[in-house]
Write a protein that binds this ligand. Structure first.
Ligand code: 5AD
Ligand code: SF4
Length: 471
């Protein structure tokens, strides 16, 4: 496959905007404002993609609503990472036959990672006739065309072909929050971890041009954004495909140079590619949060090799040590897969040992889910569901204990937080995040939302900290 990154031309994007105009005119003749509902599953990449879909929809004149009932357009932006997530989508997609029966004009689309799997598009084709279109992440930028084709009476639309890496700049976005923003800096993944479906459904790694990313960050800051999260499946390989001599650390520095008070976060870092230069840059750039999501997946070298992760437990621990030597206050989080095919109880013990050593601030733990077409799907697996559940419960218990202990260490300290919203509760009515991304509940006036303030931490549990303003 051609791996060269191409940027979608302005002429091609203009053709999409022309479709937006046709759709807006179509609704004008009907004399009412159409409505659209976008349901998002999975990770922040999908959240970011949904913001673009809403951007296109707004451009077509749609008002965004909070439920599928009565909506003129429903889009399911899906996740393929685990089987359970897929089953949920098929369940919810099936339920849309009822909303469509009550509102026959409703147009239903499925997109996101599941749309990149042939088995899914085939199933929709044959068993979900009420779905009007399926488009993979490669075709998101063509959504206005797809929608117009459907509205103008063409047959069901399937935009699912694999594309060589392409990038579309200039898609409008309707963001969920004014204060916090996701900014995709790259798409796809080249790592082919043996359990993971992402490289198959999102294609090869391709980076956005640094000037486009910096311009977007600059606009966000000018519009009052205080917290920017740079997104990529493996941000540490940012820029390798561009050949411009700008790597991820350089990009952080460029964004750090934008004037204003805001924080830079990022995810996800692959341990095999995290560099000392990155840690040094994080420590030196005053706007870069001291937060690192560094998925380890397993603490056992045989399992790590079978996963194709390209590092050992020892190398991983050395990286954590190095990162902490630059940032003693670094908040470190991770992802762990329990019950990878062939994992024994002894091998799982190595994961527990590694976690005890690192003492993660938070851990995202998953039971291995078999994904058709990935190498791990055909690896022998002797462990039972019960074995895996038992391991999982132990890991979760260890994770929760360490998070609670780590949170207890904050008690009595004063930390700087960004107040980001209301909790809906009476006692602690505001929510905020520390520089490292830990959640702090506060009592205070809602005029504090959007401000960086100092807070004294008074208590904490596994999930959150609680604090007082102005002490
Ligand atoms: N089964 C379970 N967890 C998985 N992940 C990715 N693929 C699978 C799978 N097949 C987890 C990894 C990854 C996170 C986003 O999801 O831990 O880091
Ligand atoms: Fe999947 Fe591995 Fe790529 Fe992450 S780095 S998206 S786990 S293949």
């Amino acid at each position: 496959m051609n791996t060269k990154t191409t940027v979608i031309s302005q002429a091609e994007l203009d053709a999409q905007f022309a479709c937006c105009d046709k759709i807006a005119a179509y609704w004008q003749t009907k004399g009412r404002t159409p409505t659209a509902y976008v349901e998002t599953y999975g990770c922040q990449q999908n959240e970011a993609d949904s913001e673009k879909l809403r951007g296109f929809l707004a451009q077509c004149g749609y008002a965004i609503v909070g439920s599928a009932e009565g909506a003129d357009v429903v889009i399911m932006n899906t996740c393929a990472i685990r089987e359970h997530a897929e089953q949920r989508v098929f369940g919810n997609l099936g339920a849309l036959t009822h909303t469509k029966r009550r509102h026959p004009e409703q147009k239903i689309f499925l997109c996101g990672c599941m749309a990149g799997e042939t088995k899914v598009s085939d199933r929709v084709k044959h068993s979900y006739p009420h779905v009007d279109g399926v488009f993979s992440t490669h075709h998101l930028w063509q959504f206005p065309q797809i929608l117009w084709n459907v509205l103008s009476g063409k047959k069901r639309q399937f935009f699912i072909e694999d594309e060589p890496g392409s990038i579309a700049e200039g898609i409008p976005q309707v963001r969920d929050s004014k204060l916090k923003a996701w900014v995709s800096i790259m798409y796809g993944c080249n790592n082919f971890c043996t359990y993971c479906v992402v490289p198959y459904v999102r294609g090869r790694e391709r980076s956005r041009r640094p000037e486009d990313i910096v311009a977007e960050a600059r606009e966000l800051v000018a519009a009052g954004c205080k917290d920017i999260t740079l997104l990529g499946q493996n941000v540490n390989s940012y820029g390798k495909d561009l050949g411009l001599g700008v790597d991820f650390a350089d990009l952080i520095r460029m964004i750090n140079d934008i004037p204003g008070e805001f924080l830079i976060r990022f995810m996800t870092s692959h341990p095999k590619d995290a560099t000392e230069k990155l840690f040094k840059t994080m420590a030196e750039c005053e706007k870069c949060a001291h937060q690192l999501h560094l998925p380890v997946q397993s603490g056992n070298d045989r399992v790590l090799k079978a996963m194709n992760r390209n590092y050992t437990a020892e190398k991983y621990l050395a990286q954590v040590k190095l990162a902490r030597s630059y940032m003693p206050d670094l908040v470190i989080t991770t992802d762990i897969i329990v019950g990878f095919p062939g994992e024994t109880d002894e091998e799982f013990e190595d994961t527990i040992k590694l976690c005890d050593e690192v003492r993660y601030d938070a851990m995202f733990t998953f039971i291995y889910s078999k994904r058709v077409g990935t190498p791990a799907a055909s690896m022998p697996d002797a462990a039972t569901r019960e074995d895996k559940q038992r391991r999982f419960d132990r890991l979760l218990e260890a994770a929760n204990r360490v998070s609670a202990e780590k949170h207890a260490e904050y008690i009595g300290k004063t930390v700087r937080v960004l107040v980001d919203g209301e909790t809906g509760k009476d006692e602690y009515n505001l929510s905020s995040r520390t520089n490292g991304g830990r959640l702090v509940h506060l009592a205070g006036d809602k005029s504090l939302i959007g401000q960086f303030i100092d807070v004294k931490i008074t208590s904490g549990n596994t999930w959150a900290l609680y604090g007082k303003v102005g002490e």
